[in-house]
Ligand binder design. Sequence first.
Ligand code: FA5
Length: 342
Amino acid sequence: MRDKLQNIKNEALALIIAGADQAEKDRLRVHYLGKKGVLAEIAKEFPSLASDEKADVGELFNDVKQAITNALGTVQAESGGAALPSVDVTLPGVKPPLGHLHPVTKAIAEISSIFERIGFTRVRYPEVDWDWYAFESLNMPKGHPARDEWETFFVDAPDHSKLGKVVLTPHTSNGQVREMERVKATPPIRMVNIAKCYRRQSDVSHTVMFHQFEGLVIDEGINITHLKGTIDHFVKQFFGPQRKSRLRPYHFQFTEPSFEVDVTCDICNGRGCKLCKEGWLELGGAGMVHPNVLKAGKIDSAKYSGFAFGWGVERTYMMKSGIKIDDLRLLYSNDIRFLTQF
Ligand code: FA5
């Protein structure tokens, strides 16, 4: 509010001094001092101010009003010979508020750099893709009940004769077979695909649009210890050295075996508290790449094996120590009062 008032004062005095004629001066008087003018509008915001701010801002408000009234009066008199109002042009200007990157953008940069430092390459695959890449190549044939989990938006567009319908990607796993095709079926692969995903879900822990980061490593002799080591490295770098991870058995059609990855809760440090399930918070899915997926990517499953994981950027960011976001949807509400906290 203080900055706004200072800016109004500077702007009004500059316009008045610029040598407005009588008609322009009348317009400026109505614009700034009129019943529905700029200052009257600002005055409406007073009731929402904290009581300790009210006196301070009120004083500045009166100063600004007085300065504009005087300037209009003096300039008016000036046509009759009086001096122009003095403005000290050497006074420091009012600094505009400084912005910063969105917390999700910052989290994405941090996640990519953690993986890039251990030899992963950041890749990006389509966020609007064919059914084949999002489901069928991932061992989920048409009509398979496992597809229901992904609550997918289908695009009203012509089908491809081989690749099927067009979807808004419900996960970044669509990048798995695309990456296998990119390396022309010759591993090694060490990719991290970070992209937007879409699902028909909206509540405190789900948004319709969110981001996932997908890791995929394929080479000779890759096993679960490589997966666990990579997860541990990420967890310690992103959350801090005191946080631990664990693999919990789960099922995904495109990995075998499959896991859910949990991280110790930052409040109770794994001991168990009201906020977590027995000391652990769920990070996302992971597992060893299913041979049918390698086959879809034309990779010899007798020679190569791999692991994959896919986690939500927003949820992972929320699990950082000291970050408390009660409703995930706030991240995309564009409310500056919320975003400036990060
Ligand atoms: C998957 O999407 C799998 N593709 C992950 C995977 C990749 C498993 C590779 C194995 C190998 P899931 O549906 O659980 O799994 O989603 C993964 C994560 O995405 C969730 O744990 C959550 O962090 C995030 N997520 C899912 N839906 C939403 C949503 N609507 N809003 C915000 N985050 C979401």
